[in-house]
Ligand binder design. Structure first.
Ligand SMILES: [Fe+2]
Length: 239
């Protein structure tokens, strides 16, 4: 008998596997899904997350890259041994951007958990809590990596609002299809920017690159769970 949870663990890290085994909904998902065979993305709709920049504060848009927050300066007199000072600064800025995006995401996921209504309510409601838990754990990992590199992770609501470059999630109470269509756009932004950050970190800090790569496997699987609810049998996503 195939151990699907073990497949999840090999593909996306033991932490996620164990979390899903502990969580009752996660156990059900692991028992019925094979994340190693997640389909290719279909959605190309407007991004409403970290990639949908409006350019505020000290954020700079690098050509072909993601938004980087230059106000998060490295303040400690140390960084990881062997890592150059300028590389540490850049890695901290990239990680800071991902921290803000994932704090926003875990709050948004909980908001949808509370406000989704209509047919399939309970399935969607219960699908989202393991995602909240996983994304919250990702924020902790990123924040501690920022501190490890000598930076200051900021997790207050004021800092998140000040640093984010996208509009707030727009739907209050809404039907399953409405919320999941909007959530798919949120994942487009978050996951797309995670991938760009991985690409940039590959040049300067393979440890941070590896950390975000593991997270992206989970995040892309979560987006597949969302899309599976709004996908037609021919592979079209409802908008
Ligand atoms: Fe709840």
């Amino acid at each position: 008998m195939v151990d699907t949870a073990a497949i999840v663990g090999r593909a996306f890290g033991a932490t996620t596997r164990d979390r899903y085994r502990r969580h009752p909904v996660g156990r059900a998902l692991c028992a019925t899904s094979n994340p190693a065979r997640a389909p290719k993305a279909h959605a190309t709709g407007p991004i409403q997350s970290a990639g949908d920049a409006v350019g505020i504060g000290e954020w700079n848009l690098k050509e072909g890259g993601i938004m980087s927050n230059t106000e998060n300066a490295k303040v400690a007199g140390f960084t990881a041994p062997g890592l150059k000072e300028d590389a540490a600064q850049k890695a901290i800025a990239l990680l800071d951007d991902r921290l803000v995006a994932l704090i926003d995401l875990q709050l948004t996921l909980k908001h949808v958990h509370w406000n989704v209504v209509g047919p399939n309510f309970i399935g969607v409601h219960e699908m989202l809590d393991p995602q909240v838990d996983a994304v919250r754990e990702m924020t902790d990992t990123i924040a501690e990596r920022i501190a490890t590199l000598g930076g200051v992770p900021e997790g207050t609501p004021e800092a998140v609002v000040r640093k984010r470059s996208w509009k707030d999630y727009s739907i209050g109470k809404g039907l399953v299809a409405e919320h999941l269509s909007e959530l798919d756009k949120v994942y487009n932004g978050v996951n797309g920017d995670h991938r760009k950050a991985i690409d940039e970190l590959s040049e300067i800090d393979p440890v941070s690159e590896d950390m975000l790569t593991g997270q992206l496997g989970d995040l892309e699987q979560f987006q597949w769970f969302v899309r599976a609810h709004i996908e037609s049998s021919s592979g079209e996503l409802k908008r």
